[in-house]
Ligand binder design. Structure first.
Ligand code: C5P
Length: 271
């Protein structure tokens, strides 16, 4: 059996620069990863099968085009058929929520299949991008600056190891709809510097468009104001806050769980 972690992705900053003719947006972002996430396992079996377990399994059940299955299909198309596999996705992250759940799952599936078949991970870049703009970053799985659609990656050395709280108000947001509401104003490049300095000086240009669709994101950000930095990730609606200590993180988590028991709240850390 091969197990691959699919850690939650966080955009510490996300600057939109321009709308492209192909419908995508040119962006500059700082990708970072949590120490927690989904898990993908694959093992040889008599018959192919796919199962989803975990707290968010129901949110995905019935979706025929799960990114795990699309990653497997595209891998086979590119590198040849695999033996029959039992694939299991343990879905712990909320769906369509700006922390790359589906992208992380696809990347973990590619990593697991590459390990099983001996395909070098470096050969997976095109397949990864074909599955989604964030999949190459999730395949790398390290703090990195991202350009282009998000696929032009420059890894940043060192670990961040910062206590972090992730909070989602329990409503899925369509990435496409959020991008479509951007006002098209270029507010400037991602700054240079170390990751936390970039994060502090940066912004998320998708925050306003996402709040326009889901005003509750403003309430989530208010609840996270105790952090040293709080911001929405990706196209939302999940927001993150960074803290100096695990105790401060726990105190804010306790307040949020008491005031908003319906929100999803994960005490984690930046890797
Ligand atoms: O690449 P992915 O399938 O994850 O993108 C989902 C949608 O998000 C795209 O169809 C596009 O509308 C939007 N998007 C974008 N610019 C990017 C990434 C995503 O406009 N750089």
């Amino acid at each position: 059996m091969i197990l691959e972690e699919a850690p939650a992705k966080v955009n510490l900053a996300l600057h939109l620069r321009r709308r492209r003719d192909d419908g995508y947006h040119e962006l500059e972002t700082l990708f970072a990863f949590a120490v927690d996430g989904d898990e993908v396992t694959i093992e040889a079996a008599d018959e192919p099968s796919f199962a989803i377990t975990g707290p968010f399994a129901d949110a995905l059940a019935g979706e025929g085009d799960n990114l795990v299955l699309r990653a497997h299909a595209l891998f086979e198309q590119e590198f040849g058929a695999t033996p029959p596999l039992r694939i299991t996705l343990d879905k712990r992250l909320p769906v369509a929520s700006g922390i790359g759940g589906g992208s992380a799952d696809a990347a973990a599936t590619l990593r697991a299949l590459a390990r099983m078949t001996g395909v070098p991970v470096q050969m997976l870049s095109d397949v990864a991008l074909a599955l989604g703009s964030d999949v190459p970053a999730c395949l790398l799985g390290r703090t990195a600056r991202g350009g282009g659609r998000g696929e032009m990656l420059e890894a940043v050395a060192g670990s961040l190891d910062v206590p972090m709280l992730l909070v989602n108000p329990g409503v899925a947001l369509s990435t496409r709809d959020v991008f479509a509401r951007w006002d098209g104003i270029d507010r400037g490049a991602l700054p240079l510097g170390d990751p936390l300095a970039i994060a502090r000086a940066g912004r998320n240009d998708l925050e306003e468009p996402a709040r326009g669709i889901l005003p509750v994101i403003g309430d989530v950000l208010d609840a996270l104001r105790t952090g040293t930095l709080s911001r929405m990730s990706g196209s939302g609606a999940t927001c993150f806050a960074l803290f100096e200590t695990a105790e401060q993180r726990a105190a804010t988590a306790a307040q949020i769980r008491a005031a908003h028991p319906e929100w999803w709240c994960l005490e984690t850390a930046l890797a």
